[in-house]
Design a protein around this ligand. Structure first.
Ligand code: AMP
Ligand code: ZN
Length: 115
């Protein structure tokens, strides 16, 4: 998708503070962090939202989740974190390229908040 900001980050066409990259996914710091640790994991493939996931996306999404856990360990989320995927209008999704938010401590997070 030529006009998708996260496709451009995946392709290295616009800068991002990348933490991890492999053949399928990229992890990078959120530009407006809401907690001391706040990064995103995206598939390199343009999937607009979780609502479009199909069985053939199982490998890339499995990778996204395992990379989220690995990067969380490496960024000091020893006591836990929250993992969020905002989907569509109801989910208040702002960037329509599927992404997993990881937000973490050191403070215990509020019970319910939008990231
Ligand atoms: P949402 O689509 O509501 O799940 O949120 C999109 C997230 O992407 C927000 O937390 C933004 O701060 C973040 N974001 C938007 N543009 C960039 C960017 N260029 N680099 C890093 N994070 C971004
Ligand atoms: Zn995209």
């Amino acid at each position: 998708m030529s006009d998708c900001i996260f496709c451009k980050i995946a392709a290295g066409e616009i800068p991002a503070k990348k933490i991890y990259e492999d053949d399928l996914v990229v992890a990078f710091h959120d530009i407006r962090p809401v907690t001391p640790v706040h990064f995103l994991v995206i598939p390199k493939l343009h999937i607009p939202s979780m609502a479009e996931l199909q069985p053939e996306h199982a490998e890339v999404m499995g990778r996204a989740m395992t990379v989220a856990a690995q990067v969380a360990r490496e960024t000091g989320c020893a006591n836990g974190y929250r993992t969020i995927i905002n989907t569509g209008k109801v989910g208040r999704q702002e960037v329509y390229h599927l992404h997993v938010h990881v937000v973490g401590g050191p403070e215990v997070l509020p019970a319910m908040v939008k990231y």
